[in-house]
Design a protein around this ligand. Sequence first.
Ligand code: DOR
Ligand code: ZN
Ligand code: ZN
Length: 424
Amino acid sequence: MARNKIIVLKNGMDVFGNKIEILINGEIIEKVSENIDESRFENNENARIVDIEGKLVMPGVIDVHTHMREPGITYKEDFATGSRACAKAGVTTFYDMPNTIPATTTLENLLEKKKLAREKSIVNFGFHFGGSKNDNVEEIERVLTSGESNTVKIFMNVTTGEMLIEDDEILKNVFENAKLVLVHAEHEMIDKAIELNKNYGKGLYVCHIPSADELKKVINAKKNNKLNTKEHPVYAEVTPHHLFLNTEIRESTERNRMLLRMKPELREKSDNEFLWEAINRGEIDTIGTDHAPHLISEKLEKITFGMPGVETSLALMINAFNEGKISLEMIQKLMCENPAKIMKIEKRGKIQEGYFADIIAIDTQKEWIVGIDDTIESKCGWTPYENWKLRGKNAMTIVNGEIVYENGKINENVKSGKEVEFCD
Ligand code: DOR
Ligand code: ZN
Ligand code: ZN
């Protein structure tokens, strides 16, 4: 039997500023301590000692909100290109949304999609099942009992795709039959989702909250011990674009007026500020990118909702840390720990003995220009942050104990991504 590969990460620093060293045995973190004696591996040809020279070590980012476009819309993105974008940027797990063609609203379609991801993805993946306007609660039940997914995404406002549910009876059925329900809900649809969760649900995750007004609704619900309970908790997600972009930036050039369009739309600078304050008050649970790639030609031709995001999310947040806007500890919570907890992902999201070795090393001081000093791996070929000067960049990505990205390059020889498993 082949011996496990060993990696010893030397001289890392954790988010608290403490020295950290990690022994990886196969796909699992075997030991985490201040100092790991690498001498016993000196003659082991399966072992690699990696000195990461003081870089920041974090669990790989878990982005639970992406649209990887496969199957059916793969001219925009697919599991290979989308997962490469993830690997480069430090995202070791993504969750894909159901608004593909066909939509992920039957067990059969979900299994078909999984097959494609298994063949192509170089990072870990999970799937949100889709609630259908044609009432698919029977499929929801099948998916949840089979354990093929444990989350359902529904669209309560118009956006890209054909998945809007307007029928109150169907909405009620979804909440009654699902476990955690993720919603695309804007304005008063947020109130409705909170109410449905309270009356029928087992958990509500409000995606991409864009504004102070909408966030206040969710924060109030989170603080209300009837609306937010252990039986039906409420979670809040914000995207990088609603933190870093606003209408002022969008309206500044003709091009931005077309490119910076998505649902929910960008809001005012004051909304950016409110979102940051809420983050630092601990009122936000996760950062999800809503990675929604479209070709630039499509974006410039007519208003098309969605922008790529996985490739820049972590770097933008590390840059925000360098600007004093957020702590590293909070970044780790929002981007790694909480997503794993909320989605009940087994043994990921933390650097802990016995967990899968999904680990990233970040050069927090590296200065670089987005789209100039780096590749764009997403098939859409563009980023809304082009020419932004950032400080902080992912330098190494380990997925299930395999180094998939280092020295500015994706390792073309490994494909270690796996499907997530659930711990309940
Ligand atoms: O802007 C958006 N684009 N918002 C969504 O909710 C969907 C997404 C997409 O799939 O393009
Ligand atoms: Zn959405
Ligand atoms: Zn989305």
